[in-house]
Design a protein around this ligand. Structure first.
Ligand SMILES: Nc1nc2c(ncn2[C@@H]2O[C@H](COP(=O)(O)OP(=O)(O)OP(=O)(O)O)[C@@H](O)[C@H]2O)c(=O)[nH]1
Ligand SMILES: [Mg+2]
Length: 382
């Protein structure tokens, strides 16, 4: 409920009251019992509230019944999050994805909202006016859905091309609860200029930058959309292209807001979303951010604001990526490959000989294979 209040504020609402009911099973018609519905209506009227927000997603029927019973505008958690995303979407890709999620959410509810109309003209073989309108609406929405999917697919293949262009470089992706400081950390590590602010879901678009780690070469670091509890599945599906970065990463950097009183819950929410994305087993570095605000605590403590601990974080990323590296011993002719070795690998020893440079290098397997092709070599540690 605390998270719901934060989400409501992020959408521009002011929270005047909270009503809670514990039930074994949601009431099929109204989610909570009729007494609770009446109480909510009373509390709302006393506070001059205009909107009722349900922390559980509502069926079309529950939505209609609650609106009728309370005379309030009723929205559920998914709709609230979709609203926030819609207000934050700036780029075309983000806008397309949010619209897709909204339509996916709307389509079944449109049927519900018009169901009473479709009954009015009932009778076999005849169509009521409501039914006709409903079908027009549905057809329009389905066409729009198809168009959106097509456009998103196009953006997506662009992204794959970009990914192809940087192949060979290992990748790290910043993940974490919304507002944990991912974008600030991204900026601090790479000198990027990503929007970072005290707002839920400030970032909707993934950004990738080159991160140079001394003695360990280069890494692609990506920033992405923040998580909350049960990120609506319509959003996860619509943001599939964006979130794919997460499942393809060599290492995930889980950024935790160490100053949050709900830190543990937030960690668990992120873990749950990662599992849903199929990234639950991905190699992981957990970073306690905002340690300038939170004294004590365990783990890798950093502050994206003051720069504290960033060297340790770079080293941890290098270490995590190094685990998958192989060691090769090669004699390379002078040329551009030498430069590449220094940029992408970790040079352990280097000796100038007549045929070129004799090197002992730790590097990604893809680069190792290339080096072996370029020179007579002896892999020493597979
Ligand atoms: N004191 C302090 N504040 C920080 C630190 N890192 C980030 N912040 C603040 O936390 C707020 C959120 O930072 P962002 O970087 O936008 O967070 P995010 O994780 O990218 O958030 P979303 O994109 O919304 O998911 C901003 O007001 C930052 O200035 C830190 O190390 N210390
Ligand atoms: Mg961000």
């Amino acid at each position: 409920m605390v998270e719901l209040a934060e989400l409501a504020r992020a959408a521009g609402a002011e929270v005047c009251a909270t009503v809670v009911q514990e039930r074994n099973r949601p009431h099929p018609a109204t989610l909570v019992g009729s007494g609770k519905v009446a109480e909510a209506a009373e509390v709302a009227s006393a506070a001059s509230a205009t909107t009722l927000i349900s922390n559980r997603d509502l069926s079309p029927r529950q939505l209609r019944n609650l609106a009728d019973a309370t005379k309030l505008k009723v929205i559920d958690r998914t709709q609230l999050i979709l609203d926030i995303f819609a207000s934050r979407a700036r780029t075309r890709e983000a806008q397309l994805q949010v619209e897709l999620a909204q339509l996916t959410y709307l389509l079944p509810r449109l049927v519900g909202a018009r169901a009473n109309l479709s009954r009015t003209g009932g009778g076999i073989g005849t169509r009521g006016p409501g039914e006709t309108q409903l079908e027009v609406d549905r057809r329009r929405l389905r066409l729009r859905l198809g168009r959106l999917q097509h456009d998103i697919e196009a953006v997506r293949s662009d992204r794959q091309t970009q990914r192809g262009a940087r192949q060979g470089l290992p990748s790290a992706v910043l993940v974490g609860y919304t507002n944990a400081g991912k974008s600030t950390l991204m900026n601090a590590l790479t000198g990027a200029d990503v929007l970072a602010k005290d707002a839920l879901f400030a970032t909707l678009d993934p950004t990738a930058r080159l991160l140079k780690i001394p003695d360990a070469g280069e890494v692609i670091l990506s920033d992405t959309v923040g998580f909350v509890h049960d990120l609506p599945h319509q959003l996860v599906a619509a943001f599939r292209a964006t979130l794919e970065e997460v499942t393809l990463a060599d290492v995930l950097v889980h950024v935790v807001d160490a100053a949050s009183p709900r830190m543990q819950e937030q960690i668990e929410a992120v873990e749950a979303v990662l599992r849903e994305l199929g990234a639950g087993e991905q190699p992981r570095i957990t970073v306690m951010n905002k340690c300038d605000l939170a004294p004590g605590g365990e783990g890798l403590r950093v502050s994206a604001r003051t720069g504290q601990g960033l060297d340790d974080l770079r080293a941890a990323i290098a270490g995590a990526l190094g685990r998958g590296h192989v060691r090769v011993h090669v004699v390379l002719p002078y040329g551009p490959l030498l430069d590449l070795v220094h940029r992408r690998g970790r040079v352990l020893s280097e000796r100038y000989v007549e045929a070129g440079v004799e090197l002992e290098v730790e590097c990604p397997p893809t680069l190792a294979a290339r080096l072996e092709r370029a020179a007579g070599s002896h892999p020493t540690d597979r």
